[in-house]
Design a binder for this molecule. Structure first.
Ligand code: GLN
Length: 267
């Protein structure tokens, strides 16, 4: 009797916390309720993300949040004995929300940059990327230098924006990469500068859109999971789990699932 009562109480606690989380206007309640069903007594890790960034985090046809980061975060959380509850935001709001204590962590293909390190802490790097230039096939843009004088689309608040501004160009800022790509297709912008895996994935998923990419000559970037500044305990837990996932081959399995090749060394 008592046990049953406790279970019910726990279940309502989970429902209550999900309900509260659902108050955020873009919370992915459908996803979290699914996770809650499997959660037993596991603790909940609130994670902020921007699920518009395939193949790292995006919403699939079945309305599930999925992607490389989502699988990686789940593997880390499983190892730590936590379940993940996602809270969605535009990318450029994630760091501020993390600082405000709205989440425990952010996973969003977020590059570890000196500027961000002033506001938040990061786990060890878990993936390498660089900025690629997406253009329509036959575009006169063949090199980074060709971007001068052109209309360039970026996602607001990203390293794509930073590198384009570094060239002395004011880019058009979009909330999400699919919006920028749409504008490229419709002849609005001449190019979109974004993370290499995202550009490659977009081209692969949409072969009939006649988009190609230029490598550009931007520096390498490394993704990390962000935690609130000073949350060393959580950061250390993430790093310990990440290491285990590398050692066990699980990291490689996740990488292969999304990129169809073995994971390269992150250097
Ligand atoms: N890696 C880029 C950055 O950190 C883009 C991330 C994203 O748009 N999700 O700025």
């Amino acid at each position: 009797m008592f046990k049953k009562g406790l279970k019910v109480a726990l279940a309502s606690l989970v429902i209550l916390s999900l309900g509260l989380a659902g108050c955020g206007n873009t919370s992915n309640t459908q996803d979290t309720s699914k996770q809650a069903a499997n959660s037993g007594s596991a603790k909940v890790l609130k994670v902020g993300t921007d699920p518009t960034f395939a193949p790292f985090e995006f919403v699939d046809e079945k309305n599930n949040t999925t992607g490389f980061d989502v699988d990686l975060m789940k593997a880390i959380a499983d190892d730590m004995g936590y379940t993940v509850q996602y809270e969605n935001s535009a990318f450029d709001g994630l760091v501020t929300s993390l600082q405000a204590g709205n989440y425990d962590a952010v996973i969003a293909a977020m590059t570890i940059t000196p500027e961000r390190l002033e506001s938040v802490d990061f786990s060890d790097k878990y993936l390498m990327a660089e900025q690629f230039i997406a253009v329509k096939k036959g575009s006169p843009i063949k090199t980074t230098a060709d971007l001068k004088g052109k209309k360039i689309g970026v996602q607001s608040g990203t390293t794509g924006q930073t590198v384009v501004e570094g060239l002395g160009i004011s880019p058009l800022k979009f909330d999400a990469i699919p919006d920028a790509m749409n504008d490229l297709l419709n002849g609005g912008v001449d190019a979109v500068v974004a993370d290499s895996p995202v550009v490659l994935y977009f081209i692969k998923q949409n072969p009939n859109f006649n988009i190609e990419y230029v490598k550009g000559d931007f520096t390498k970037e490394y993704y990390g999971i962000a935690v609130k500044k000073g949350n060393t305990e959580l950061k250390d837990k993430f790093n310990a789990s990440l290491k285990k996932l590398h050692d066990s081959g699980t990291y490689n399995d996740i990488y292969k699932k999304w990129f169809n090749v073995d994971a390269p060394a992150i250097q």
